[in-house]
Design a protein around this ligand. Structure first.
Ligand code: CA
Length: 219
């Protein structure tokens, strides 16, 4: 799942990139207002983490113009601005949630999961396909009675498929969800991850659709 991180602080940006990657998110990190606007307009992100104090544009202004332009990507504001007025302004301008720095990584991750659940119209932390369940909190995958905890990449790939059982994802679509900008992707990387998942829980967890890609069957 692809996340746009808008953050000018080097240390926080590095920490978040590292922490989010370890959770299976692919992170595109931009550090100023201009790059943020471009990235938002290019789209492709499931969620945006938006700092407010940025060089080249205030975060609230960026959010305002994105919403005015019809960009409806989920936005979680992550900022040191703790004032009530700022929090209300952020939410009323179209942010989905607002988290004040400093924060615990665990809370950020939980808030992100909550936003993504709401976005998908789910209340439960579990994604369900036929004979397969993925826990978005623990990253445990259960298929036909076998339970394993997936690595970050395996989780990212499985999550992409299980978001919508029955939908076929091509190699390019999977790569886009699992890898961030500028990441080197080996030509057989997707096959390698799928092979590992199948070895762990069984071949039937992911179905090949010849010439089109991969899917998980509907419940
Ligand atoms: Ca800042």
């Amino acid at each position: 799942m692809r996340v746009l991180l808008i953050e000018d602080d080097q240390m926080i940006g590095e920490g978040l990139s590292y922490g989010l990657s370890a959770e299976g998110y692919s992170v595109d990190w931009v550090r100023d207002g201009v790059a943020a606007e471009t990235a938002l307009h290019n789209g492709g992100h499931a969620l945006v983490l938006l700092d407010l104090g940025l060089p080249g544009g205030d975060g609230l202004q960026i959010l305002r113009s994105a919403r005015a332009a019809g960009i409806d990507t989920s936005v979680l504001i992550v900022t040191a601005r703790y004032g009530l007025d700022s929090r209300i302004a952020g939410l009323d301008l179209g942010a989905d949630d607002y988290l004040v720095k400093p924060f615990e990584m665990r809370e950020l991750l939980a808030r992100m999961r909550a936003i993504l659940r709401r976005r998908a119209g789910r209340a439960s932390a579990r994604l369900v396909a036929a004979d397969t369940e993925l826990d978005t909190e623990t990253h445990a995958l259960c298929h036909a009675g076998t339970v394993v905890v997936l690595s970050a990449r395996e989780y990212a790939l499985m999550h992409a498929l299980m978001e919508r059982p029955g939908r076929i994802l091509s190699r390019a679509q999977i790569e886009e969800r699992v890898y961030g900008w500028g990441e080197e992707v080996e030509s057989n990387a997707v096959d390698a991850i799928i092979l590992t998942i199948r070895r762990k829980v069984g071949k039937g967890a992911i179905l090949n659709v010849r010439g089109a890609g991969w899917m998980v069957p509907k419940p």
